[in-house]
Design a protein around this ligand. Structure first.
Ligand SMILES: NC(=O)c1ccc[n+]([C@@H]2O[C@H](COP(=O)([O-])OP(=O)(O)OC[C@H]3O[C@@H](n4cnc5c(N)ncnc54)[C@H](O)[C@@H]3O)[C@@H](O)[C@H]2O)c1
Length: 343
């Protein structure tokens, strides 16, 4: 396939933005990489790693640059990102943004409308869909390998180290920070079924000693065919590795079941200095010499390809909006103790 390489901007080159910037720099789909990062040390490290064409501390420089076709927005806090999304779309740049697209459904609708009007790609970083094991679950359900799905469970926990980082910058709940990935994944697997009812409960014993942040949240969703989803999201695991995450997936169907052990216990490093650690266990993945162990690089390249070659996106903005409806309903349910109807 012939293609015309694009110029891309990455705004926020911390942990996730750094991975995405490196993926862009290594791709033949990218002509120029521009970086905006307010932390001078991170700007300099990622600028050098990627040999970026331009490094700035002002995201407006990227938005105002007419030669840039697309932007990846991975800055934090999440609450300050929507003006960047909106300006990018208004300046006719395709957007990949880390979840959520916007703070509210009304603003999400506004972003979707502008993206359609300007014929742009707008997507959200739902990285799990690019993990081969998760793609296999989706394929198995959609192809009927386990019959008609009855119930789907996905439990994910991350360390208190990441939890502390998130709660320090954000009032978003476990449902909208970590649970959103699980809800997106399971709604995707169960398409074309739609969610109709949501019930959720939170628990908090550790972080609540100092703040109102809960430690964990369960979300139960009933789909329009009667199948159910249960998604759990917590952020108080002890450290097992920097950015350690563990998940467990159980799909039960009328003609079979599927279980994925995503707890990252397949590699065990035991050292006198650090004790037992579970390497390569973070959600986005990490670089190991010449290979990337994880899904975020493939996801970033998928976005570049969608923009370069006008290919469809795997994660549409409309799907991300539906996920937001469910996670918003979960927070209302957790607060009120009632079931929330979506119809
Ligand atoms: N897709 C996934 O699997 C996945 C995994 C982890 C985190 N995330 C999401 O990715 C996002 C980034 O998370 P992170 O852990 O990389 O955060 P981080 O704090 O490591 O990085 C954010 C960066 O943004 C920079 N920044 C802040 N304001 C800025 C501005 N106005 N202009 C330019 N840069 C600015 C900060 O200096 C920082 O370096 C979060 O929304 C997080 O929820 C996604």
């Amino acid at each position: 396939m012939s293609f015309r390489p694009i110029n891309i901007g990455v705004i926020g080159t911390g942990w996730v933005g750094g991975i995405r910037a490196n993926a862009c720099a290594n791709s033949p789909l990218v002509k120029e990489l521009h970086i905006a990062e307010i932390n001078p040390l991170k700007a300099s490290i990622v600028g050098d790693e990627t040999n970026a064409s331009n490094v700035t501390n002002n995201w407006h420089d990227i938005i105002n640059n007419d030669s840039i076709n697309a932007v990846i927005i991975a800055s934090t806090p999440e609450s300050e990102r929507y003006p960047i999304v909106l300006s990018a779309l208004k300046e006719k740049k395709s957007v990949l943004v880390e979840k959520p697209i916007a703070p509210s459904l009304a603003e999400t609708d506004e972003a979707i409308r502008i993206a359609h009007k300007n014929n742009l790609k707008l997507t959200v970083g739902y990285t799990r869909r690019f993990d081969p094991r998760y793609a296999y679950v989706n394929q198995s359900i959609k192809s009927g390998r386990i019959g008609d799905p009855v119930t789907c469970l996905l439990s994910r926990n991350i360390t208190r180290e990441i939890g502390t980082k998130i709660k320090g910058r954000s009032k978003l709940s476990p449902a909208s920070m970590g649970g959103t990935h699980s809800i997106d994944f399971l709604l995707w697997c169960l398409q074309p079924r739609l969610p109709v009812r949501v019930y959720s409960q939170q628990a908090g014993k550790l972080f609540s000693r100092e703040s109102k942040t809960p430690d964990h949240q369960w979300i139960m969703v009933t789909m329009d065919d009667g199948s159910t989803i249960t998604a759990g999201s917590g952020w108080v695991l002890p450290l097992g590795y920097p950015q350690y995450s563990q998940s467990w997936i159980e799909i039960i169907g009328t003609d079979g079941s599927l279980t994925v052990d995503d707890t990252h216990k397949e590699i065990i490093l035991n050292s006198t200095k650090n004790g037992i650690e579970y390497p390569l266990s973070s959600m986005p993945g990490e670089q190991v010499d010449h290979v990337f162990a994880g899904a975020m690089v493939d996801e970033t390249i998928h976005f570049l390809n969608a923009v370069c070659n006008n290919q469809p996106l795997l994660v549409t903005a409309e799907e991300a909006r539906l996920v937001m409806e469910v996670t918003n309903a979960a927070d209302i349910s957790a607060e009120s103790g009632h079931v929330v109807s979506l119809i």
